[in-house]
Each structure stands twice: as structure tokens, then as C-alpha cells.
Design a protein around this ligand. Structure first.
Ligand code: MG
Ligand code: MG
Length: 254
């Protein structure tokens, strides 16, 4: 069931989205060679506390039944696609770091992700980051009242494949509201004429994950970290948006 948010609920979601955006901007500014993802994680937790926000990923139940997620952020480096666990590995020049972050404020969630180049990166990695962010924006542009959700999915896939990148299929975007993950699932691929028709008050977390090589992914023995099957780099961008009478509103805009 897809929930439609009232104006008051949307106001809370704007607050949650703003916190996510502020913290991601801070983490982006701190990302450089030598910094550990554990340090970025500690900073994210501290900034959450200051703002009265709850970091939702921390202790998130493992869908495979293993240990809950140990971090406040997901920090996925290079071939890691999503759900990387922050730790004491220092970033190095040429790495790309995807940070995914979500909070609850006043009982409503915000969820956003960015991929950041660490110093100078390979041109193909830089292109991957650029096209993934563009694909997200192309998808968001389709999130208007009356469009099928498939138009969002198709716009993302079309842009990715036009530039020779593959779209991860195993992980998808989602509705969002009182819960971090609500209906509908939002694939980053598929036909335009599929999926529910978008209505005013829907709030969606749209999150393309694009790979340089194969779209196939595997989960590592730590039960969380998802990596590309061929070890090539992956990028991830996400925004929480609202479908409004004035068009899509990005609630996690930095
Ligand atoms: Mg996310
Ligand atoms: Mg999400």
C-alpha cells in the first residue's frame, strides 16, 4: 500500500531531508585521502545527535538474518555497491566512496546517497559518478503527477545504458515516510508503461546504482557489503523526493 502524505507530514519529511543533506555535505567536505570511513561514521552520528535526529541505518535488521548493520552510514568503496560497513580502512587517492545515510526526525524518514571521488580518480570512474547522478536527476524529472512509476525507472536505465554503464537490478529504490522502506519498490530499469500512477503526496527514495562492468552483484561474507561480481567500480546516488502539484520536490537537496 502506498501512503500519501499530508502537508503536515511533508513538513516533517522536509526536516528529515534537510538533516540528511546537511550531514552528507559535511561528510563530503571531510572526504580525502587518509581519512577512514569510521571517522566519517562517527561524525555523522555526532551531527545527528546535535540535530535531534535518529540515524536509522544503525542496528538495521539484516534481511538475511545475520547481525544488524553496525554503522550510522553505509560506506561503500570502489567495487562495493551498497551496505559497506564503515571501518578503519583509510581512503586513498583514486578511490570512489559511496555514502548512504538516513535519519528519522519527528517520526519521518529521509534517505540520500552520494558517490565522492577521493582526490584524482580515473576518468572512467569520474564518468561513472557523473552519469549516475545525472540518471538520478533524469528519473526525478519523471516523478510528476499522472506519470507511471515506470517512466522514472526507464529514464534512469536509458541514461545509464546510453553511456555504456549497467544498472544494478537486485537493489531498488522505495517509497518512504514513517518507515525508511515503504511501497512501492522503485526499480532502476524497466518499461515506461509499468508500475503505479504517481499521485500528489507520494514520497519516494529514488536511488540508481550503476556499474562500469556487469550489473551482477554478490554479498560478502560479512553479511552486508554488496560488491560487483567482476570487481569493477560502482556508483550510487539517491534523493528522497515528494510528488507535488508543482512537480517533484527534492527533500534531500544539498
Ligand atoms: Mg539510502
Ligand atoms: Mg534508500
Amino acid at each position: 500500500m502506498i501512503t500519501l502524505k499530508t502537508a503536515a507530514e511533508l513538513a516533517s519529511m522536509r526536516q528529515a531531508g534537510a538533516v540528511v543533506a546537511q550531514v552528507l555535505s559535511m561528510l563530503e567536505a571531510k572526504t580525502r585521502p587518509g581519512v577512514t570511513t569510521g571517522l566519517l561514521n562517527a561524525l555523522a552520528e555526532e551531527e545527528c545527535l546535535k540535530r535531534g535526529a535518529v540515524p536509522v541505518f544503525k542496528n538495521y535488521p539484516n534481511p538475511r538474518g545475520g547481525r544488524p548493520f553496525p554503522g550510522a552510514i553505509c560506506a561503500s568503496i570502489n567495487e562495493e555497491v551498497v551496505h559497506g560497513i564503515p571501518g578503519n580502512r583509510p581512503l586513498k587517492e583514486g578511490d570512489i566512496l559511496s555514502i548512504d545515510f538516513g535519519v528519522l526526525v519527528n517520526g519521518f524518514a529521509g534517505d540520500s546517497a552520494i558517490t565522492i571521488p577521493v582526490g584524482e580518480v580515473h576518468p572512467r570512474a569520474a564518468k561513472l559518478i557523473q552519469i549516475t547522478e545525472e540518471a538520478l536527476m533524469k528519473g526525478i524529472q519523471q516523478a510528476v503527477i499522472g506519470n507511471r512509476l515506470g517512466m522514472v525507472s526507464n529514464a534512469i536505465q536509458t541514461h545509464a545504458e546510453k553511456h555504456g554503464f549497467s544498472v544494478v537490478k537486485e537493489f531498488v529504490g522505495h517509497g518512504i515516510g514513517k518507515n525508511m522502506h515503504e511501497d512501492p519498490p522503485i526499480p532502476n530499469y524497466g518499461r515506461q508503461d509499468r508500475g503505479p500512477t504517481l499521485k500528489q503526496g507520494m514520497t519516494l527514495a529514488i536511488e540508481p546504482m550503476l556499474n562500469i562492468g556487469t550489473f551482477k552483484v554478490v554479498t560478502k561474507p560479512d553479511e552486508w557489503t554488496v560488491v560487483t561480481q567482476d570487481g569493477q567500480y560502482s556508483a550510487h546516488f539517491e534523493h528522497t523526493i515528494a510528488v507535488t502539484e508543482h512537480g517533484p520536490e527534492i527533500l534531500t537537496l544539498r
